[in-house]
Design a binder for this molecule. Structure first.
Ligand code: ATP
Length: 454
């Protein structure tokens, strides 16, 4: 099951502390959101799962965490200054602004007028002044994608890790785009995070690796609990391709507002490394990149046998963290009718993504023996390093279970009189089945570890 509409997700996200409008008390800031106590856990867990799959589970990928502020020259040679634009139209009647390719026909979605201006290119990059004097002469861009710093660090990483083709560089971080019409909650925002891999391959092997990465990424999203029936591949037609791309496959997800891009997997060829390389004519690269006289690096790799220098091609799976969080929340959202006719809302997150792994609930919040035992168990489970274990002494177990269903806590552990007076067992209550079983405290760590590894 998924949410019926975006409003259901927005309401739950706010009520339970996943996601808030940014600067809420001052009326908000359009296209900017903050992640609350549970949202930060969910987002971190999703990023950690990506990092594990992209870096730790492989031996051909290194990580990077580069700066957000970017030298304008980088974005000149990458082509972003000239071409990173969306077509902007103004409605002359109501003065609203729209992205031309998002309009239905030539009608203003706000007032219905047909009196729209011709589309004109609007650059999406944010600029910011650098240094104490804001005279416009010294500025930086907030990066519009994390990828460029991977290309500009190519030589540094090559020199420090000596990789052989094919190899990749992975990065997770913020990106900024001055979207004309941010909308659909965290789907289209002005400040967001990307998880990007640049996977460098020998020219000629690029198409094979492109296919390979599309398949890998589909199965990764399935492992995050995204139902494959809600994913579709879109082979981007030539006229829609970004300036750097030879071919792109978009991974489309059925969001509550419609089928839209969750991740793009592009064959960027040698466009970027070629553009950032000084005296590029020395290398066998595409003809359409601009001559670069500013750079001082040779972003190429030497074949150990033939000794020839070559600019590798690059395959780029680029996923939005925020769009991923939205997809995962939508997939998890379930309303169930219970035997007694009541409804319960359950977030069926995969255990590795759940914001809280286990909630420890003492039956009586003022009973010293029970409280001590419950706190002790929290400490023990926390040491397993699985993520957040919460000790919560609200004293009402039934309500605790319902609240934890709604935030997607896979297991609740209740400590009661039987635990401390009789047999040192606790009740484990399962979010998905609602089944309860008694487990000896000495078996609890093994039980929890095993459950979370599924
Ligand atoms: P769109 O066509 O939806 O504007 P795009 O094709 O420009 O997206 P890419 O440049 O391919 O997006 O960026 C890679 C990924 O970054 C996207 O698949 C998406 O998940 C994420 N992303 C891009 N723009 C935004 C945004 N404004 N808000 C949230 N995520 C974004």
């Amino acid at each position: 099951m998924t949410a019926k509409n975006m409003e259901e997700l927005v309401a739950l996200a706010k009520r339970r502390g996943f996601i808030f409008q940014s600067s809420d008390i001052y009326g908000g800031l359009q296209g900017v959101y903050d992640y609350g106590p549970l949202g930060v856990e969910l987002k971190n867990n999703l990023k950690a799962a990506w990092w594990r799959a992209m870096v730790y589970d492989r031996d051909d990928v290194e990580g990077l965490d580069a700066a957000i502020l970017t030298n304008p020259t980088t974005l000149r040679y990458s082509g972003h200054e000239a071409t990173f634009t969306d077509p902007l139209v103004d409605c002359r009647a109501c003065k609203s602004r729209w992205r031309a390719d998002h309009l239905n026909g030539d009608q203003c979605p706000n007032c219905g007028s047909n009196d729209l201006t011709e589309p004109r290119p609007f650059n999406l990059m944010f600029k910011t002044a650098v240094g104490p004097v804001d005279d416009g002469g010294s500025f930086a861009y907030l990066r519009p994608e994390t990828a460029q710093a991977i290309f500009t660090n190519f030589k540094n990483i090559l020199d420090s890790t000596s990789p052989k083709l094919p190899f990749g560089i992975a990065q997770i971080g913020k990106a900024f785009r001055n979207e004309i019409t941010p909308r659909n909650f965290i789907f289209r925002v002005r400040e967001f995070e990307q998880m990007e891999l640049e996977f460098f391959v020998k020219p000629g092997e690029d198409e094979h690796w492109h296919e390979q990465w599309v398949a890998e990424r589909l199965s990764w999203w399935a492992a995050q609990g995204v139902n494959e029936t809600n994913l579709e591949l879109y082979h981007v037609p030539a006229e829609e391709l970004a300036h750097y791309s030879k071919s792109t496959v978009d991974l489309m997800y059925r969001f509550p507002h419609g089928l839209e891009e969750l991740e793009g997997i592009a064959n960027r060829t040698d466009y970027d490394l070629g553009s950032h390389t000084k005296n590029q004519k020395d290398y066998d690269i595409q003809a359409n990149v601009q001559p670069n006289t500013d750079a001082n690096a040779k972003l190429a790799i030497q074949d150990l046998e033939s000794k020839a220098w070559q600019i590798p091609y690059v395959i780029e799976p680029s996923a939005g963290v925020d769009r991923g969080v939205l997809a995962v929340m939508n997939e998890a959202y379930t309303i169930e009718r219970l035997d007694d006719g009541k409804e319960r809302t359950v977030m069926r997150f995969k255990p590795h993504l759940a914001p809280i792994k286990v909630a420890i609930l003492p039956l009586k919040r003022n009973h010293e023996g029970i409280v001590t035992k419950a706190k002790e168990l929290k400490k023990t489970l926390q040491k397993l390093g699985l993520g957040r274990i919460l000790y919560e002494d609200t004293g009402n177990i039934g309500k605790g279970y319902r609240r934890h269903d709604e935030v997607g806590t896979p297991l609740c552990v209740t400590v009661d009189f039987q635990t401390i007076e009789e047999d040192d067992t606790v009740t484990i209550r399962n979010r998905d089945t609602m089944a309860q079983e008694r487990v000896h405290t000495s078996d609890l760590s093994a039980y929890v570890s095993q459950y979370m590894s599924q």
